[in-house]
Design a protein around this ligand. Sequence first.
Ligand SMILES: Cc1cc2nc3c(=O)[nH]c(=O)nc-3n(C[C@H](O)[C@H](O)[C@H](O)COP(=O)(O)O)c2cc1C
Length: 218
Amino acid sequence: MSHVNQHISQLREDFMKGELSEKTLYKSPDLQFEQWMNDAISAKVTEVPACNLATVDSQNKPSSRIVYLREFGDNNFFFYTNYESRKAKDISENPHVCLTFFWPELERQIRIEGIVFAKADKEKSDAYFNARPRDSKIGAWSSPQSRVLQNREVLDTFIDINSNTFHNKEIPRPDFWGGYHIKANYYEFWQGRKNRLHDRICFTLGDNQTWKIERLAP
Ligand SMILES: Cc1cc2nc3c(=O)[nH]c(=O)nc-3n(C[C@H](O)[C@H](O)[C@H](O)COP(=O)(O)O)c2cc1C
């Protein structure tokens, strides 16, 4: 282990790719997010929509995992998952969540905090589910996400059963699978800079529904 520890303790990137300035910043975090999303797509960042979703359960125990952001706009964010998973249980106990994106190719991080406002509309979840490849649909039906499996064969058996059940048939969205709708109340845009003197600008939603913009120390 010691050589790995030595390696990671000495890894140091100097971030030089850009700066984030109040002069060019959009006054709306939604537009700023869209601009950075567009930049990430143009820069061919790997896994642009992958973000860390952090949740906290009723015992104040945090947990996090990567999910794909599938839609955003007007400070709303949507991702899709299993409604019986661990994250779903956490969300049912405590709707406060965080999303964090890290795009190393641009030396950028975006942090979003918000509240799971609702499950996505059934029509929205259906539309997204219907657009997925057939094998992903079978996968959604077959995986009791976050539950213990005795072994891999158990999962393979579920897949075989569902493949037979839906053979030559349309595959509907399972009721236990769909989207979540997050309403953001905080954003932080982070641009890596030289000598760890990064730019951090955050937007906080006030009671009057306007965004307060502040710069944070790196
Ligand atoms: C790049 C990437 C994207 C992922 N996207 C999703 C997703 O959109 N929805 C999802 O339920 N799980 C996704 N996962 C799997 C989750 O990280 C996680 O393993 C799963 O949702 C179970 O989490 P839970 O037990 O905390 O509920 C993704 C994993 C990776 C690495």
